[in-house]
Design a protein around this ligand. Structure first.
Ligand code: NAI
Ligand code: MG
Length: 513
């Protein structure tokens, strides 16, 4: 990997150009500390001794170095998780004991809300104001919600047609050792979405953090040990996809792999899992439609559609990245969204006034600006944005494109940046035709419908092929609501009661009386 010098260990936080002077004392101290992975309850360097740099996306400077885990570390972590599952104290811990640990972790995280929000903002680039009210509290809530499920993974009794001499019941058992590979767009929240249900059901975990954003996951690892989870129950690795993620997904002692990221890597994960036929769940890409009917509350719909795409710099798998507006309101919607886009305050995430931070990395910056170039070459009209903001950091302006059609890269592919493509639908398009347009994508993660006509809204909801449909809102999440994709957006669901099925096996027990 790139060779950047780590900041010396004794560097004062104020002398580290990768840090931000607005960081609080706790976040600055953690970011500046020596980082280690969590394996079998111990904080350790990588076996190879290698590290890699973590960048501040607002200025491109190195924040710190973290261990570069590889297959040797994966192997150690998987064996630790295996022992903890098969014979450690986790194996005999009561459901209520597991619930209490999860609740304690939630309390610890909540107590450190500001520190986590600042670290997330520093590492990912997102506005700290957003991390404080969304990422961190949603993660806390998820742990509490899952703590409640720890005592409620139940089976059922089943009457057999063979007659009354039989008694049959089912039990739900933890699936075993779980590999979890997460992305960088909501680093802490993705860790919580994955860890919560695995621990509630009694599994043990080896998690690989995203190489772009390891900081909140590493800090969470400290809270996990502070909460008192037994050694080996949660192991947290830092490293890159191929050298660290791939051997984890392929490991024979892993019973299940849960992945969130690109559809491309999702397919590799599915292949890697075939060796021992481990169970697989995937939460992948999207190109979600936001559909505005002519009778919608226009101010709310325009503001809502803008937030649907620009939230988190557009780096959301469920971003409302394809806008469909009725022809009678199309110009009003495009102008309204462009005007909002032009006023969004851009800056470093740690500036409390920032509404849109940088993209997460130089790679994502190049990817998104590549899409903008392609849109320009293929004839899209730019209502707002279209370029980089600032000559330092990975900022891309909120961008509204119209005069686009299927077949153009910006319409067909996931951009994963603050870029919306707007298409119109006509008066004679009935709901079936409109749904065909909305469903004309390999993805099926989410959609939003904006209208006052309840009947049309629910008819559209039925026609949309996606795991989530929002009506007169977008990006509404709750620990109790299942989330996941149809088609190439993935396999299985995160959150809600649904996710528990991903982490349990069902056993049918029958006795002849
Ligand atoms: P990615 O899919 O390569 O990375 C996600 C995670 O998978 C990271 O932890 C990475 O280290 C790991 N990984 C990469 N290659 C792997 C392999 N061969 N085996 C096992 N693990 C592997 O996504 P990337 O490159 O960061 O972003 C590319 C695009 O993916 C984005 O532009 C966006 O379109 C999409 N994406 C979707 C996300 C979602 O929430 N569904 C999140 C992040 C990215
Ligand atoms: Mg990748």
């Amino acid at each position: 990997m790139a060779t950047f010098a780590a900041p010396p260990a004794d560097l004062h936080p104020s002398d580290n150009p990768g840090l931000d002077p607005r960081l609080g004392v706790a976040a600055a101290a953690f970011a500046n500390s020596r980082h280690q992975m969590l394996i079998d309850g111990q904080f350790v360097a990588s076996t190879s001794g290698k590290t890699f740099p973590v960048f501040n996306p607002a200025n491109g400077e190195v924040i710190c170095e973290v261990p570069e885990g590889d297959s040797q570390d994966v192997d150690k972590a998987v064996h630790a998780a295996r022992r903890a599952f098969d014979s450690g104290p986790w194996h005999t811990m009561s459901p209520s004991g597991r619930g209490q640990l999860l609740w304690k972790l939630a309390d610890l995280l909540e107590k450190h809300t500001d520190e986590f929000a600042e670290l997330e903002s520093l590492d990912n680039g997102k506005p700290v104001s957003v991390a404080r009210v969304a990422d961190v509290p949603l993660a806390v809530d998820l742990f509490r919600y899952m703590a409640g499920w720890a005592t409620k993974t139940m089976g059922s009794t089943i009457p057999l047609s063979a007659g009354p001499d039989f008694l049959s019941y089912t039990v739900r058992e933890p699936i075993g050792v779980v590999a979890q590979i997460i992305p960088w767009n909501f680093p802490l929240l993705m860790a919580a979405w994955k860890l919560g249900p695995a621990l509630a059901t009694g599994c043990t975990v080896v998690m690989k953090l995203a190489e772009q954003t390891p900081l909140t996951g590493l800090r969470l690892a400290q809270l996990i040990t502070e909460a008192g989870f037994p050694n080996g129950v949660v192991n947290i690795l830092t490293g890159f996809g191929e050298p660290c993620g791939a051997p984890l997904a392929a490991h024979d002692l892993v019973d299940k792999v849960a992945f969130t990221g690109s559809t491309e890597v999702g397919k590799l994960i599915a292949k890697a899992a075939t060796g021992n036929l481990k169970k697989v769940t995937l939460e992948l890409g999207g190109k979600s439609p936001a559909i505005i009917f002519p009778d919608a509350d226009m101010d709310a719909a325009i503001a809502g559609a803008a937030s649907a795409i620009f939230f988190n710099q557009g780096q959301c798998c469920c971003a409302g990245s394809r806008l469909f507006a009725h022809e009678s309101v199309f110009d009003q919607v495009v102008e309204g969204m462009s005007s909002i886009a032009g006023k969004i305050k851009m800056g470093a995430g740690l500036d409390p006034l920032t509404e849109c931070g940088p993209l997460v990395s130089e790679e994502q910056f190049d990817r998104v600006t590549g899409f903008l170039k392609s849109g320009r070459e293929q004839g899209a009209k730019f209502g707002a944005g279209g370029g980089r903001h600032s000559d330092r950091g990975y900022f891309v302006q909120p961008t509204v494109l119209s005069e686009v059609r299927p077949g153009m890269k910006v319409v067909d592919e996931e951009i994963f940046g603050p870029v919306v493509v707007a298409q119109k639908f006509s008066t004679d398009a009935d709901l079936d035709k409109l749904a065909m347009q909305a469903n004309d994508t390999i993805y099926g993660l989410a959609a939003s419908v904006w209208t006052k006509d309840l009947s049309a809204a629910h008819k559209m909801a039925r026609r949309i092929k996606a795991g989530t449909v929002w009506i007169n809102c977008h990006n509404v999440f709750d620990a109790a609501l299942p989330f996941g994709g149809y088609k190439q957006s993935g396999w299985g669901r995160e959150m809600g009661a649904e996710v528990l099925n991903n982490y349990t096996e069902v056993k049918a027990v029958t006795i002849k009386l």
